[in-house]
Write a protein that binds this ligand. Structure first.
Ligand code: NAD
Length: 422
């Protein structure tokens, strides 16, 4: 028998991405031909490739690289390793990258890649083999002037070092600008590791001013305790916010009096999970989204805030560190309930912004100080927030549609100015 609490089937995120684009295109009264161009990716590459496993078996994996739009510059976007990766997911993520780069006004188009794999089941050597062969298979598309990958879920600085090395081996010389999010020792940028979370916190500072809701003393719940989530927890803790709940793929922890992020990170390093942290009680990932708090930060995967749970979310601000955590139906419910949403393409754009700084530094072989990086990031994030908020007030639309309107109009202008070839 169907339970009344049964959760609706998760929507296809590619359909969601197109729906979000359609809403902005409608508001902007975009030309029909341009809508058809921007609604689909420009290039999609699917690769099936072999990897020799440690026991001598040969496994074949499937991966993708999608470039959505290149009007404003080379494609930019992460590579994800996850068992649920699909072409539709990569398409959506690539399209979101186009809008994200345009919102913060950096000279890139959108790209994304992924491999269908549960990396936790592979050894380090197998992961290296998988990464090097995947790089080889997508190498016709990538390069510093063409398409620049970066880390995403389950990939990290080490993965980027392997990609950079493989690509450089093919060319016979070191090409650091082919990927960003590299270790500092091989052309990475200071501040890149913290950039997504730091950018999100800059947008939260702006939102807190707009809503007159000080970050100091604000209660924060964070879903996902990886790069984005754990660093956001530390930075907000430093701002004086109270981190009441955090979670990872294995479950969550809750303490209304506050959780010390550095102690949780130490626990997670030792035990591989936040679960079991002694100074908090257990909480499920779905219950975490509904706890009493002022700020909710989804920092894990897509489709977490849906029509089913949006009516019960208590936060006043939802800051989307993750890509695509909220469905369009949930967007409308949150908006009607007066929840202020900082949309993903704005909130988590700090990562790609410092990736851009890394690429600029690599191309010039001249490296900036961390202070310069953080200050330049702040200026870009504050400017982007102001543009989106202004658009939202001018057209009386919620922040997601406003962010799309800012982004789509910039991409449309570039596409129009370049014209159609041939
Ligand atoms: P990560 O792999 O470092 O961390 C992901 C975290 O989410 C882990 O703690 C994992 O355990 C947790 N998680 C996975 N499935 C979960 C589930 N079902 N419920 C709760 N937690 C779950 O990845 P990341 O780089 O922090 O990326 C997180 C999100 O932020 C993604 O949506 C990614 O696209 C987005 N993002 C990341 C960056 C970046 O620079 N790292 C930039 C922009 C956007």
């Amino acid at each position: 028998m169907a339970s009344e609490h049964m959760v609706a089937e998760a929507p296809n995120i590619w359909a969601v991405a197109q729906q979000q684009f359609d809403a902005a295109a409608e508001k902007l009264d975009l030309d029909d031909g341009l809508r058809r161009v921007l609604r689909v990716p420009q290039r999609e590459l699917t690769v099936h490739f072999p990897v020799t496993m440690d026991d001598g078996r040969v496994e074949v994996f499937t991966g993708y690289r999608v470039q959505h739009n290149l009007s404003r510059g080379p494609a930019k976007g992460g590579i994800r390793y996850h068992q649920d990766v699909s072409l539709d997911e990569v398409r959506a993520l690539a399209m979101w990258m186009t809008w994200k780069c345009a919102v913060v006004n950096i000279p890139y188009g959108g790209g994304k890649g992924g491999v269908i794999v549960d990396p936790k089941k592979l050894t380090l050597r197998e992961l290296e083999g998988l990464t090097r062969r995947f790089t080889t298979e997508i190498s016709p598309l990538i390069g510093p002037e063409r398409d620049i990958p970066a880390p995403d879920v389950n990939t990290n600085a080490q993965t980027m070092a392997w990609i950079m090395d493989t690509f450089s081996m093919h060319h016979g010389y070191t090409i650091p600008g082919v990927v960003t999010g590299k270790p500092i020792a091989v052309g990475g940028s200071l501040g890149r590791n913290e950039a997504t979370a730091r950018g999100a916190v800059y947008t939260l500072r702006q939102a807190s001013k707009e809503l007159n809701l000080p970050l100091k003393g604000a209660r924060v719940a964070i879903q996902g305790y990886g790069n984005a989530g754990s660093i956001a927890a530390s930075l907000l803790h430093d701002e004086g916010s109270i981190i009441v709940a955090v979670s990872d793929s294995t479950g969550g922890i809750y303490n209304p009096k506050g959780i010390d992020p550095s102690a949780v990170s130490a626990w997670k390093r030792e035990h591989g999970t936040v679960v079991g942290f002694p100074k908090a009680e257990g909480i499920s990932n779905s219950a975490l989204l509904e706890v009493d708090c002022e700020i909710l930060i989804p920092a894990a995967l897509e489709n977490q805030i849906t029509a089913a749970n949006a009516p019960r979310i208590k936060a006043r601000i939802v800051a989307e560190a993750a890509n695509g955590p909220t469905t369009p139906e949930a967007d409308d419910i949150l908006h009607e309930r007066g929840v202020f949403l900082i949309p993903d393409i704005l909130c988590n754009a700090g990562g790609v912004t410092v990736s851009y700084f890394e690429w600029v530094q690599d191309m010039q072989s001249f490296f900036w100080t961390e202070d310069r990086i953080n200050e330049s990031l702040r200026q870009i994030m504050d400017g982007a927030f102001t543009s989106v908020l202004g658009m939202s007030k001018l057209h009386e639309v919620h922040m997601r549609t406003a962010a799309y309107m800012v982004a789509v109009s910039r991409v449309a202008e570039a596409t129009n100015l370049r014209g159609l070839y041939p």
